[in-house]
Design a protein around this ligand. Structure first.
Ligand SMILES: Cc1cc2nc3c(=O)[nH]c(=O)nc-3n(C[C@H](O)[C@H](O)[C@H](O)COP(=O)(O)O)c2cc1C
Length: 211
């Protein structure tokens, strides 16, 4: 965990130097949109990497569940009847953290998106929470694949983002750019290493959407 924190902090610094510190972007959402969660069909779609990869190596034994997965499960606890969809890629990412980060950087530079095992059908849902870790200052590639393939026209998208220092990183705006036909709300942003202690923050965020 210590190694992960150091590595991700280094990544964050590198990213900050590379592109300038990011701030939450104005997604153009009307703040009067409170209370819209009540009575709506809700899906929670997310990608989470750590749990899958690092628990098997023994190097990061605390990460049985990925950080974004912990947040997704917590959102579900607070939104009655929500359906969870975990995105999975065809094939595997590198197991070692440094190889993984290098691989992702190359894929981002080449703009190659991974194939997903399946694209969740969210047609019957009104509101889609979309969860992603920050990867080199961007949304994770599997989530970018999902947004490219899914039809989210007319849906309300609520991003939730975990990171290790970069914060929101303009991902809400990037999600909005993925399709003009969806309405992207301001994101729930959680520091990944604090995900397991973020129950109150998540509950408060959801409560503001219900009020
Ligand atoms: C390939 C890769 C790139 C990352 N890039 C960043 C970054 O630019 N900024 C940051 O704050 N954290 C970065 N991180 C850390 C993750 O965003 C953070 O640990 C996140 O909570 C992981 O979520 P997960 O466990 O659900 O995969 C990166 C992690 C990986 C694996």
């Amino acid at each position: 965990m210590y190694i992960l924190r150091n590595a991700t902090t280094a990544l964050s610094l590198a990213f900050a130097l590379f592109s300038g510190l990011s701030i939450a972007q104005d997604t153009g959402i009307d703040v009067d949109d409170k209370g819209f969660l009540t009575g709506k069909k809700v899906a929670i779609v997310y990608y989470s990497h750590s749990g899958e990869t690092y628990s098997s190596t023994g190097e990061y034994p605390n990460l049985k569940h990925g950080n974004t997965e912990l947040v997704a499960e917590n959102i579900k606890k607070n939104v009655k009847d929500a359906t969870l969809f975990k995105l999975e890629i065809v094939g595997k990412y590198p197991e070692k953290y440094d190889e993984m980060t290098q691989y992702v950087k190359e894929q981002q530079e080449k703009q190659v998106l991974p194939e997903l095992k399946c694209i969740p059908d969210v047609s019957e849902y009104d509101i889609i929470f979309v969860g992603t870790p920050v990867w080199w200052g961007q949304m994770s590639l599997p989530v970018a694949s999902f947004l490219q393939k899914a039809n989210l026209a007319g849906k309300i998208v609520i991003p939730f983002i975990t990171h290790e220092g970069s914060g929101e990183s303009g991902i809400g705006e990037a999600m909005q750019r993925a399709s003009e036909c969806q309405k992207v709300m301001p994101a729930l942003v959680i520091k990944g290493s604090e995900a397991s202690e973020s129950e109150d923050v998540i509950k408060k965020f959801i409560d503001t959407l219900k009020e």
